[in-house]
Ligand binder design. Structure first.
Ligand code: ADP
Ligand code: MG
Length: 356
């Protein structure tokens, strides 16, 4: 007897590329944000002509393409020139000057940041970037705890564009005068999408993620309308995936009205805040971590496998990184222990080293 014999084989799934429903996944073009991307590009263009760039302050509600539009433009820049470095930092993960500077260094290809303090690390950044030019994007800047790095960049880097992104327009007013007077950014507001735009974006995702023809127009419209009430495209992408998984599990070859309604009902029940970012495998991993925390990553992987976990070690590591980003766990690198370098994972927020 098999528990699985009634299910479709993996090759018969409704999904053809489920990765396209990951929130970090970036489509080739970002529709409905051409005007905004044009504005960002205008700020960066002087750098290509060996002049100084313009700084930019991007704001608007969550889930309306601020990050996607900006990252997609950086990718374009990278493909166009080697003369301008593109540096993207999410300040939710890197929330101090030290962490930001270490990350910038790594992104610039310089890895030997151990045992160096913030100033020493910034000196390295300056040395690299002042030979050419750079675009610095600081996303979710309102999560930053200190602004020394920003002051240093504004003051000591010659040719740059600094882009800060936040959901809060007021944040700019809260900046110290010494930074604000140096930043003097252009302002760029991202406005909410209309239902039609949301529908267009979701259709684009469906084309990437699903086998052709499994979705019908009215069902996509239904999801778009629901997404519009939430306002965040993430909700729509989440709904597409959940509905697809439900239909897949039933071995259905099409998405039906019942599938969509069931997913929408579930969304209403559990809310759209936290859990929607976590796929099932990540939740399983989180359960194992909660049980054994704090524990070395290798041990956690073994325990996870013993419980029947299906992910490879690489995927496991990727999911761990996402859980950390969501601040559900914290990771701590132990360098040069008796088994060499390893990472210790702790459930919840960081604890002190003595806990290990
Ligand atoms: N115009 C668009 N085209 C394609 N995908 C989009 C678009 N706008 C948003 N998205 C997707 O919606 C999700 C949320 O967008 P994001 O850029 O992270 O929002 P924000 O940074 O404004 O909070 C991401 O997965 C992103 O790829
Ligand atoms: Mg964002």
């Amino acid at each position: 007897m098999s528990y699985f014999k009634d299910f479709l084989g993996a090759d018969e799934s409704l999904f053809r590329n489920e990765d396209a429903l990951d929130l970090e996944w970036l489509p080739k073009v970002i529709p409905y944000r051409e005007e905004q991307q044009q504005h960002i590009a205008t700020c960066i263009k002087p750098l290509l002509a060996k002049r100084n760039g313009k700084n930019l302050f991007i704001y608007g509600d969550p889930g309306i393409g601020k990050t996607a539009a900006t990252r997609s433009l950086l990718r374009d820049l990278e493909e166009t020139t080697d003369e301008v470095e593109g540096v993207y930092i999410n300040c939710w993960q890197k929330n101090t000057s030290y962490k930001v500077c270490v990350e910038i260094c790594h992104l610039l290809g310089y890895k030997f940041t151990q045992n160096k303090n913030t100033e020493e690390i910034f000196a390295i950044i300056k040395n690299i970037v002042n030979k050419k030019a750079a675009v610095f994007v600081f996303d979710e800047t309102d999560k930053i705890e200190d602004f020394d790095f920003l002051y240093s960049i504004l003051n000591d880097i010659y040719r740059k564009t600094v882009i800060v992104i936040t959901n809060y327009k007021e944040w700019l007013g809260s900046l110290e005068p010494r930074i604000r007077s140096r930043l003097m950014p252009d302002m760029l507001e991202f406005k909410k999408y209309s239902v039609n735009e949301i529908e267009g974006i979701l259709k684009q995702r469906i084309d990437y993620a699903f086998v052709p023809g499994v979705w019908t127009g009215p069902l996509i419209r239904r999801i778009a309308e629901k997404t519009a009430t939430v306002g965040d495209i993430r909700a729509g992408i989440y709904l597409l995936r959940q509905t697809g998984m439900l239909a897949d599990n039933e071995g259905s070859k099409k998405i039906t009205n019942e599938h969509v309604e069931a997913t929408l009902a579930k969304l209403d029940e559990q809310g759209i805040q936290k859990p929607m970012d976590l796929d099932e495998e990540s939740r399983n991993i989180l359960t194992v971590i909660k049980e054994l925390s704090p524990r070395k990553i290798g041990d956690l992987f073994s325990a996870y496998k013993e419980k029947g976990g299906g992910a490879t070690y690489k995927t496991f590591q990727r999911k761990i990184a996402k859980l950390e980003k969501a601040k559900l766990i914290s990771t701590n690198k132990i360098i040069g222990g008796k088994e060499g370098t390893t990472t210790v994972i702790t459930y919840g927020r960081a604890k002190t080293l003595s806990d290990f």
